[in-house]
Design a protein around this ligand. Structure first.
Ligand SMILES: [Zn+2]
Length: 286
């Protein structure tokens, strides 16, 4: 006996690729956050490759194509992606949305805001809301799905926040000092009660000058930080000089700040924050 199974397109639950919303985001961490909201209703591409620096990037022609063919281009904003101006000048009708629009920015020097707002999971909930708002406009049919996905993900972000708080609270108060190449943990420090400092303030063309290295070595004389850290996306040579000159060792687990790594050892924002919290707690409790 032969059984014929009929299947009309309306029976199919999966959204075909053609129907999907096309989203481009600037870098890997945003891709993971937005994928949690979009679920299987959208394709998400990111421009800066894993392990790359989202502050400084040279767009290539395929990036322009990717943004042009997308329904929306989500960026962090707060002047993180200084390279997008050259890209977006050539893209006429793809809306560009800054996911930090509702975040309360922290000023690090006059008129300059720290862009690393994602290093506080509470801020990421605001990124999620912004993504839902725009995806629901682009694709109103699936608006309730985006809402549901977002609600679930925000619950997980609350769990992440509690996990980080539980861990980091165990570090003695006078050892709560996160020292990195780039001072990227300002929002994290603000959320969990840590001092933060770097060889330089924000990634730019002047990173790791002899003056910056010497200044940090001086500052380390007055702190009791048991370790300094290296971020996964930074050139290690500058922090190696700091460590050599100050005698403060580099902790062997690096911190993730500006992107997910090239290997898939850590492939979500959630996981990278867990790794960061564990490394900070273990290193600074010693
Ligand atoms: Zn950075």
């Amino acid at each position: 006996m032969v059984v014929f199974t009929a299947c009309s397109p309306s029976d199919e639950e999966e959204t075909s690729d053609e129907d999907k919303v096309h989203i481009t985001v600037s870098f890997s961490i945003l891709a993971d956050i937005v994928e949690n909201v979009a679920g299987d209703k959208a394709e998400v591409d990111h421009i800066v490759p894993n392990g790359g620096d989202p502050h400084e990037y040279e767009p290539v022609p395929s990036d322009l194509r990717s943004v042009s063919e997308s329904d929306v281009f989500f960026v962090n904003g707060l002047n993180l992606e200084q390279w997008i101006s050259s890209l977006v000048e050539n893209v006429s009708d793809t809306p560009i949305v800054e996911l930090t629009e509702e975040v309360e920015p922290i000023e690090v020097s006059e008129g300059v805001h720290d862009p690393h707002a994602w290093l506080d999971p509470d801020n990421v909930k605001l990124y999620v809301d912004k993504a839902v708002e725009h995806l629901s406009e682009i694709d109103p049919v699936n608006a309730n799905i985006y809402e549901e996905n977002a609600a679930k993900y925000k619950e997980r972000l609350d769990t992440l926040d509690e996990t980080i708080r539980d861990k980091t609270e165990s570090v003695p108060k006078d050892q709560r000092s996160i020292v990195l190449s780039e001072n990227a943990f300002v929002y994290f420090g603000d959320a969990y009660g840590y001092e933060t400092t770097g060889i330089w303030e924000l990634n730019s063309h002047s990173e790791g000058t002899p003056r910056q290295v010497a200044d940090l070595v001086d500052r380390l004389q007055t702190t009791s930080a048991p370790y300094v850290f290296l971020e996964s996306t930074a050139n290690p040579v500058h922090m190696e000089s700091v460590s050599h000159d100050s005698g403060v060792p580099i902790y062997d687990q690096g911190l993730y700040t500006d992107g997910l790594p090239i290997d898939s050892s850590v492939d979500t924002y959630y996981e990278m924050m867990e790794v960061n919290a564990r490394a900070i707690t273990n290193a600074l409790s010693e």
